[in-house]
Ligand binder design. Structure first.
Ligand SMILES: C[S@@+](CC[C@H](N)C(=O)[O-])C[C@H]1O[C@@H](n2cnc3c(N)ncnc32)[C@H](O)[C@@H]1O
Length: 225
């Protein structure tokens, strides 16, 4: 099926709240476990989480390596408000957390962002971007030499019927706004072949590889030169 882009930012209050309230713990934890498998020596001292939303992955990254500084970046104020609230809630148990986990509002691309990160991670951002090259140029801009890169996203199913099947399988019972967003996200997602072309165009095909994962995701990983 043809790609149908969806709005980039998730900055409607009700949309951000429904997303933050949903339980993505299994798929979020799967990201951390995969990172541990791909990069057993860890992600290094400075980790950036692109399109962090309410911080689901950023909080897990900060918990995974208490020595790392983690920066979550998102363009949606509604999402970052929820991330900041969660950070304040968690600081009661982990007073050091705000010193090593920060959130920054920024709509990508942003040439002002400083690089030198030891790892660039992103979960479920790519399919939001109207111009996917934005992600790959940001990876190059922010990742230092040898930086670990891990990007996970939905992959576009072959047909609208296949997208409906996935909605029924994984989102039945979720709030209507999430079910709607899920199908829109599947239709906006890329195929592994398209991502391979994006990496070639960005000059990243030699350092990053892409592969399908399970029945609905794709992954991109590697180290920058
Ligand atoms: C589906 S959410 C994923 C949130 C989080 N990474 C997670 O795994 O739960 C996608 C996020 O990307 C953000 N986003 C989309 N386009 C963006 C852009 N151009 N710059 C910054 N953030 C963007 C949206 O606002 C939204 O919060």
């Amino acid at each position: 099926m043809e790609r149908v882009p969806e709005p980039e930012l998730m900055d409607a209050g009700h949309q951000a709240a429904a997303y933050a309230a949903a339980d993505f713990s299994l798929s979020d934890q799967a990201v951390i476990e995969r990172l541990a498998q791909l990069f057993p020596a860890g992600l290094g001292a400075r980790v950036v989480d692109l399109g962090c939303g309410p911080g689901n992955i950023s909080f897990r990254l900060a918990a995974w390596d208490p020595a790392a500084q983690v920066l979550g970046i998102d363009g949606a104020g509604a999402m970052l408000e929820l991330a900041e609230q969660e950070l304040q809630r968690r600081r009661r148990l982990s007073p050091d957390l705000p010193g090593r986990l920060r959130f920054q509002r920024c709509r990508l691309p942003d040439p002002q962002l400083a690089g030198g990160f030891s790892a660039v991670v992103s979960n479920s951002l790519l399919h939001h971007l109207h111009e996917p090259a934005v992600l790959w140029s940001t990876v190059r801009q922010l990742g230092g030499a040898g930086a670990c890169v891990y990007i996970k996203d939905l992959r576009r199913p072959a047909s609208p019927e296949a997208a409906e099947d996935l909605r029924r399988l994984y989102m039945a019972g979720a709030p209507a706004v999430l079910q709607h967003d899920y199908v829109a996200s599947l239709r906006a997602a890329f195929t592994p072949e398209e991502v391979r072309g994006q990496l070639r165009a960005a000059g990243l095909a030699g350092s990053l590889q892409v592969a399908p994962e399970g029945n609905r995701y794709l992954e991109v990983w590697g180290r920058l030169d």
